[in-house]
Design a protein around this ligand. Structure first.
Ligand SMILES: *[C@@H]1O[C@H](CO)[C@@H](O)[C@H](O)[C@H]1NC(C)=O
Ligand SMILES: *[C@@H]1O[C@H](CO)[C@@H](O)[C@H](O)[C@H]1NC(C)=O
Ligand SMILES: *[C@@H]1O[C@H](CO)[C@@H](O)[C@H](O)[C@H]1NC(C)=O
Ligand SMILES: *[C@@H]1O[C@H](CO)[C@@H](O)[C@H](O)[C@H]1NC(C)=O
Ligand SMILES: *[C@@H]1O[C@H](CO)[C@@H](O)[C@H](O)[C@H]1NC(C)=O
Length: 511
């Protein structure tokens, strides 16, 4: 790659005066759902992702890039540039019947881009609350919306089944909307194709004189494991049926990204486009994904849950064809993209994100020196984790404060090479590389309430070193305590039975 640099650099100075920033770039943000670290070709996966490999090879691969361990939290931080502790949404995701959404006094990324003159369109998964109309994407800055409001629905019928505890029953209903109205006419269309086709249509119809913000939040590659046979055919060699189906889903997703980038070229927009690709969290190993060789998975604060696949592509990058090892976080996109758009940030609440454009585009050091992964006093992992080293005694260790922080609380913080975890971080297993038998050898010690890793040297979190660096431990506990002081109380309301869409309705606002 390095040998190509001067060539690209030369091309840039000749071809692309837009890099000077005089013209607002088009911004296309593609978010994959539950894509694991080991699930792209360029991380060595047995799954082929030619489009992702090529786009990222010509762009900047973010190899020290972090997201949140779950869907709603990552999207929440993407849209607000703020940590979950500052929106009261530290805990889990928004379930279909919970009457809340990202607080309405938060300013969303598309609102800021719209204010800067952008046409703002969203396709795909929202998952930021919908119990009342004011929570919908069309009321939070998007000029158009085609997609769904919850998560986990069927890829073909677009029906989402959910238990409603208060009614002691379960409901299955459509979750697909065009603007704000239910869109029942797409039964049978595979969502990866449906959403990429919609994105392609938006691009083709876009007036190139106006800057475009297109947010494509794909359903792929979240469970359920559903995929047209043609995408799975090349993966007959994969024995595990979940991994095989998942591989096909990733292949379809890769094709979708290829189609979107082709549409940008065909529409003449590419020369002035910044394309961001990101996963929303680590892969779910119970559903075919892999984060190998990282520890843990989705829903945990181990690297397998939070170190995300991500890259930026497009001709505006000044140091393309490179890999960035600078610290970048999903909360950084809001200030970065609004900065690129020449928009205003003076009306938002205090941001936790940083403008990392110079880091990504020019290779400058990241302005981000610290990253709060989360603090969630109510944490629980709802999925099984066989082989966990969690100790029973661990649960009873409540209320031990160190440096002002209750170390029974699920929390993690990163500072340069150090990562400190407290409480139970979530499923702590090193899942084997796909296709290999048995569990990979890991440390045999049980988890401790306070753990320190040098994730720069030890990204697999195998060597717990808190005993060797007590001063680092105390400093980071102090930082957690500091952050906790600015946290809002956790808001995680009980289900509201009025959410019931009825037998023929669609999930959507009820209040
Ligand atoms: C819920 O339904 C189950 C099965 O029909 C029944 O056994 C249980 O008593 C019900 N619980 C409530 C609170 O109605
Ligand atoms: C990509 O475009 C091709 C050609 O139009 C189409 O056949 C294919 O279904 C598209 N793939 C996806 C995932 O949308
Ligand atoms: C933000 O800055 C603009 C331009 O300087 C100004 O017009 C606007 O009033 C400011 N908004 C706030 C909330 O300070
Ligand atoms: C410490 O945190 C744990 C886990 O959230 C909680 O159960 C316990 O009550 C807390 N202890 C105190 C003294 O706040
Ligand atoms: C895994 O184990 C199965 C059954 O014991 C065996 O058939 C297979 O070859 C093994 N695969 C690898 C990659 O070792």
């Amino acid at each position: 790659m390095a040998a190509k640099l001067p060539f690209f650099a030369l091309l840039l100075t000749v071809c692309c005066p837009a890099a000077s920033g005089s013209k607002q770039p088009h911004i296309v943000f593609i978010l994959a759902d539950d894509l694991g670290w080991y699930d792209v070709g360029y991380h060595g996966s047995e799954i082929n992702t030619p489009h992702l490999d090529k786009l990222s090879a010509a762009g900047v691969r973010l190899e020290n890039y972090y997201v949140q361990p779950l869907c709603t939290p990552s999207r929440n931080q993407l849209m607000t540039g703020r940590y979950q502790i500052h929106t009261g949404m530290q805990h889990q995701i928004i379930w279909p019947c919970q009457p809340y959404c990202v607080p309405l006094d938060e300013t969303f990324l598309p609102e800021l881009l719209s204010e800067a003159g952008y046409a703002t369109h969203m396709v795909g998964k929202w998952h930021l609350g919908m119990y009342k109309k004011d929570c919908l994407p069309t009321r939070r800055g998007f000029h158009s919306f085609f997609g769904y409001l919850t998560g986990s629905e069927d890829y073909y019928t677009h029906i989402r089944c959910s238990p409603i505890a208060a009614l002691n029953s379960s409901r299955c209903a459509l979750d697909l909307r065009e603007e704000e109205a239910a869109a029942p006419g797409y039964k049978g269309a595979y969502s990866t194709e449906l959403f990429s086709q919609r994105a392609v249509r938006i691009i083709a119809k876009h007036d190139p004189k106006k800057p475009l913000f297109l947010y494509v939040a794909l359903q792929a590659v979240h469970s359920p494991l559903q995929v047209p046979e043609r995408y799975v055919a090349p993966y007959a060699f994969i024995r595990d049926p979940s991994r095989r189906a998942y591989a096909g889903m990733v292949a379809a997703m890769d094709e979708a990204v290829g189609n979107i980038s082709l549409a940008l070229r065909q529409a003449g927009l590419w020369a002035n486009t910044v394309l961001v690709f990101s996963t929303d969290n680590g892969g779910q190993t119970l559903e075919g994904a892999s984060n190998w060789p990282l520890r843990g998975r989705k829903w945990s604060l181990w690297e397998g849950g939070v170190r995300g696949v991500g890259f930026v592509s497009g001709p505006l990058l000044q140091r393309p064809a490179s890999a960035s090892r600078e610290l970048v976080h999903v909360s950084d996109w809001l200030p970065t993209l609004v900065g690129l758009a020449g928009g205003r940030l003076n009306a938002t609440k205090p941001l936790d994100g940083f403008d990392v454009w110079n880091t990504i585009s020019k290779g400058f050091a990241s302005p981000r020196l610290e990253l709060l992964h989360n603090i969630d006093p109510m944490y629980n992992d709802i999925a099984p984790c066989p082989g966990s080293k969690r100790l029973r005694a661990f649960d009873g260790d409540a209320g031990v404060f160190r440096s002002g922080f209750n170390v029974s609380v699920h929390a993690a913080i990163r500072s340069s090479n150090w990562k400190l975890l407290t409480g139970y971080p979530g499923c702590d297993v090193w899942f084997p590389r796909p296709g290999q038998n048995g569990s990979s050898p890991g440390a045999s010690e049980p988890l401790k309430p306070v753990m320190l890793f040098d994730v720069l040297k030890d990204p697999e979190e195998r060597n717990e070193v808190s005993a060797l660096y007590p001063a680092v431990v105390e400093r980071l506990l102090g930082r957690l305590s500091h952050h906790q002081q600015s946290a809002l109380p956790v808001h995680f309301p009980d289900e509201d039975p009025r959410c019931d869409p009825g037998p023929t309705g669609a999930w959507g606002p009820w209040a």
